[in-house]
Design a protein around this ligand. Structure first.
Ligand SMILES: C[S@@+](CC[C@H](N)C(=O)[O-])C[C@H]1O[C@@H](n2cnc3c(N)ncnc32)[C@H](O)[C@@H]1O
Length: 241
């Protein structure tokens, strides 16, 4: 998952969908300013291809990224000149550095269990300076999940066309885990037509599980419903001193 081919497809589809990276970055700055106005450094965990980082660099003096996929990081580095970025599994993140802000956007569903969620929230908080702000984007919970949901994108890139279809289903016997099957095809006048399939399993965490993860890490957190984040953001702050 998130290998070279899919990394480029991910980019093309997200840009085509009009995901508002600039708006999300500006809102993150506002939410941080309400809690830690002097914040200057930010780490984007599971930064993907750097679309947020490019926009966040307009609002923070120093941005850095981390992702488990070298292919996603390669696109992020190309997109954000001079970017400091690490390849690491976010479940085992151990950087020497600390940041005023840590964000983790659209990646938490990749975790396998509530225990992993709690561990990751603790690790993310550990990478904050005292008084720093953690922003974690949730996704749909079991009550909102639509079994059988099909999403479809056709991206016209001039000569090149990218088609992505996905189908979601609950894993048998599980109300809290789903499987996303993705089929995609790329048609290029020079390279011809190729297609591939991917599948990934994701967790449907409840708001209570997020609240528990922050509480177990000793951090007060709130779920803020705010545009342009469809599912809002969980926001916590590392204690001073
Ligand atoms: C859906 S993309 C989101 C990218 C970006 N944060 C955004 O909001 O557009 C999920 C990203 O999480 C990364 N990822 C998934 N599981 C991970 C893990 N265990 N450790 C590090 N990165 C992971 C993937 O490589 C991918 O770049």
């Amino acid at each position: 998952m998130y290998d070279t081919d899919y990394a480029a497809i991910y980019d093309a589809v997200m840009i085509h969908r009009g995901k508002d990276y600039a708006g999300e970055a500006a809102r993150i700055r506002e939410l941080v300013d309400e809690r830690a106005p002097g914040a200057t450094s930010l780490l984007d965990v599971a930064c993907g291809t750097g679309l947020h980082l490019r926009a966040l660099a307009e609002h923070f003096d120093e941005v850095a990224g981390l992702d488990g996929s070298e292919e996603m990081l390669a696109l992020a580095r190309a997109r954000v000149p001079g970017l400091r970025a690490w390849r690491s599994d976010l479940r085992r993140i151990r950087l020497a550095e600390r940041f005023d802000v840590v964000c983790c956007l659209f990646a938490i569903p990749h975790l396998d269990s509530e225990a992993e969620l709690a561990d990751v929230v603790r690790l993310l908080l550990d990478h904050l300076n005292p008084g720093g702000v953690l922003l974690v984007e949730p996704w749909v919970g079991p009550d909102e999940f639509l079994p059988g949901y099909v999403s479809r994108d056709v991206v016209d890139q001039g000569d090149r066309t990218v088609v992505r279809l996905s189908h979601s289903r609950l894993l048998p016997g599980r109300g809290d885990r789903m499987e996303l099957a993705v089929h995609y095809a790329v048609a290029d006048p020079e390279e011809g037509l190729r297609h591939a399939t991917e599948s990934m399993r994701m967790s449907l965490f409840t708001p209570e599980q997020f609240a528990t993860a922050f509480a177990e890490a000793g951090c007060e957190a709130e779920h803020v419903r705010t545009d342009p984040f469809a599912h809002g953001l969980w926001i916590g702050r590392r204690a001073h001193g």
